[in-house]
Design a protein around this ligand. Structure first.
Ligand SMILES: NC(=O)c1ccc[n+]([C@@H]2O[C@H](COP(=O)([O-])OP(=O)(O)OC[C@H]3O[C@@H](n4cnc5c(N)ncnc54)[C@H](OP(=O)(O)O)[C@@H]3O)[C@@H](O)[C@H]2O)c1
Length: 248
C-alpha cells in the first residue's frame, strides 16, 4: 500500500495545458483505442436531476475537453443525447490548431447509438455538425427512421436486434476512426463492458454525496469482472481524475 494522501492544502504543481494533454495520450502502440469518460459523485451517482451537469466542475471539464480533443470519433448513446443536451461537436480554435498540428481533421465525428432510431434530427448535433455525424443502429430500427436519419448522418447498421458493439467499433475503424471516445451513458458502458471492449476508463470522482436514487455509471445485464490497472490519478480541488487501463 502506498500513501498518496493527504492532498496538499495548496497546489504543489499545477499542470499546464500541454502537460495535462500529454497525460491523456493513449498508449503509443495502440492502433485502435476505446476510451470511456464519465463523472460520478463520491457515492457513485451518475446523474443528479436527470443529467450529469451538477457532478461536473471546471476541473473535470478541462480534462473532458482535452480528452475530446484527442479523439477521432465521439460515441454516445441516444439516451444521453436526449438528457444531456448534446450540441454539435465543434472544437475551439485553439483545439483545432492542436489537432492540425497533430495531423487530425479539425473536428472529431459524432456517433449516436440507437436501437429505435427515434432521434430528434433537428438537434444542432445533426444540423450544425462540422463533420457529418454517424448514427449507429440495427436491423430492428424502422426503415423509414433510418432513411430519415440518412438525410443528416451516415447510418451504420451493426446488428439485428440491437447494436453489436464489436461490429460497430470495427466499422468505425474501417472509416479511419481509431481513437474512439465514448461518453456513455450507462447502458452503452454496460454493453461495452459485457463485450469486453473497454480499453480505458477515465473517471472523475466529484467530491459530493448525491444520496440515493441515481444509478451507477453502468447499467444493463451483469457481466464478468474486467480487470483494470490504475494508470493515473490527478487531483484538482477535491476532484479525483482517475485513468484505468485494461489489463490484458
Ligand atoms: N455522469 C456521466 O458521466 C454520464 C455520462 C453519460 C450519461 N449520463 C447520464 O446517464 C443517463 C442516461 O442513461 P442511459 O443509460 O439511458 O443512456 P445511454 O446509455 O446513453 O442511452 C441508452 C440508449 O442507447 C441506445 N442503446 C443502448 N444499448 C443499445 C444497443 N445494444 N443497441 C442499440 N442501441 C442501444 C438505446 O437508444 P434508443 O432508445 O434510441 O433505442 C437506449 O435507450 C442520463 O441521466 C445522463 O445524464 C451520465
Amino acid at each position: 500500500m502506498e500513501l498518496i494522501l493527504p492532498v496538499p492544502e495548496t497546489a504543489s504543481g499545477e499542470l499546464d495545458d500541454a502537460t495535462l494533454i500529454e497525460h491523456y495520450a493513449p498508449p503509443p502502440e495502440a492502433t485502435r483505442w476505446l476510451r470511456v469518460n464519465f463523472v460520478s459523485s463520491a457515492d457513485g451517482a451518475v446523474e443528479v436531476d436527470g443529467n450529469s451537469h451538477a457532478l461536473s466542475s471546471e476541473d473535470d471539464m478541462r480534462a473532458f475537453r482535452f480528452i475530446r480533443m484527442r479523439c477521432d470519433v465521439l460515441i454516445t448513446g441516444a439516451g444521453t443525447v436526449r438528457t444531456d443536451g448534446y450540441q454539435a461537436l465543434r472544437m475551439s480554435p485553439e483545439r483545432v490548431e492542436w489537432r492540425r498540428a497533430h495531423g487530425l481533421p479539425d473536428h472529431p465525428v459524432m456517433a449516436v447509438v440507437t436501437r429505435s432510431a427515434d432521434l430528434d434530427l433537428s438537434m444542432p448535433l445533426f444540423t450544425q455538425a462540422p463533420q457529418r455525424p454517424i448514427v449507429i443502429t440495427c436491423e430492428r430500427a424502422p426503415v423509414e427512421r433510418r432513411l430519415a436519419a440518412e438525410e443528416v448522418a451516415d447510418v451504420l447498421v451493426a446488428g439485428d436486434d440491437g447494436v453489436d458493439f464489436a461490429t460497430a467499433l470495427d466499422l468505425l475503424e474501417e472509416r479511419g476512426l481509431r481513437q474512439q471516445l465514448c461518453e456513455g451513458g450507462p447502458h452503452i458502458l454496460g454493453e461495452l463492458t459485457a463485450a469486453d471492449l473497454v480499453d480505458e476508463l477515465c473517471l472523475t470522482l466529484s467530491p459530493v454525496l448525491a444520496g440515493a436514487g441515481s444509478g451507477r455509471i453502468t447499467d444493463g445485464p451483469s457481466s464478468p469482472l474486467r480487470r483494470m490497472r490504475l494508470a493515473q490519478a490527478l487531483h484538482a480541488n477535491g476532484n479525483l481524475l482517475l485513468r484505468y487501463i485494461r489489463l490484458r
